[in-house]
Design a protein around this ligand. Sequence first.
Ligand code: SF4
Ligand code: SF4
Length: 348
Amino acid sequence: MTSYTVYMDQLPGLLELWAKEFQVHVPVEVEEGIYDFVPWRKDEEIAWEYDVAYNTLKRFFLPPRETLLRFDPAACTAEVVCEAPKQLLFGVHPYDVKAANQLDTLMRKDVPDNNFIARKKNTVIFALEPAAVARNAFWASVDAHKVDNGYDLYWTRISSASFHVEVATRRGKELLLAGGPLDLATDADKEATRRAHQRIVKESLRNGLKYPWRETADILSRAWDSTLWQHRARHCFSCGTCNLVCPTCYCFDMKEELDNSLTKGERYREWDGCMMDSFSRVAGDHNFRPHTRERFRHRYYRKGKYIFDKIGQLGCVGCGRCVSGCTSGIADPKAVFNELWEADRHDS
Ligand code: SF4
Ligand code: SF4
């Protein structure tokens, strides 16, 4: 695979070129120690060493609220809405690329989600090797420290003034060379990239699952009646934060609204979350998961078993956002799975 060396002082020119065609988003420190992706501006200081972006990047493919249809009841007409801006995400860590890939696979399955697919197709992703591991992250132990698709370029910072950039797609190469030719990467640059990857994976592995992640579905198949669900869920506020911050959660609710004149309306979708009481409330005020323990268990079965049974992947990339977001301190997939694994070992 072709790779280049890009120097820090070449970046402003490239960013300006990319911004002519795309809405470019980059990670910045929005508050002390808190990072997020924001629209790039010339004076924006990019946080190359960010640990995790506070907001999940799924919002670029599946916005929190999205209009799907506009209708006119009087005229009996409806128009499909599919907005897919050209966007470029620069600096996406591999676990977030992996999460986006997983959503892509699921959104194409059965009935394809055209809006998601259009947005994803119009999004250029420049991945970035992490230089720091967030306190609650455990991505290497769930195999999310590497990806082999779903990005256009893979950037690794190899010195304070330079990056090693691996080309993954023709679109990535065209954008990288938009400002003119660049130096091909040397063997020393490639070696520095390999070392940077090894170092960060080692750091990430300090915190994680105590067993091979592929065993999770099997462990869960024997954990339905575990006391862990009640024990942990009694502290749950059903706030849904763990769902909303998660890059692999994609449930949404559909709603229709008419304007005040009752002549125009729209159908839209909004993020929803299985941890909230309203999620499983259906007609007749029946709730098929009325207790927090049932909703809590469902979430971990979804992450560890249901997605795995569907596509052979863990529904968790170990970003740790839910761990940080949960005010009760109970939403930690690795803690839940490790505890179930210990109990399973003890029982067998
Ligand atoms: S379950 Fe938690 S740690 Fe896993 S991907 Fe979702 S937010 Fe990240
Ligand atoms: S586990 Fe935590 S974040 Fe999730 S719904 Fe319960 S209290 Fe909220």
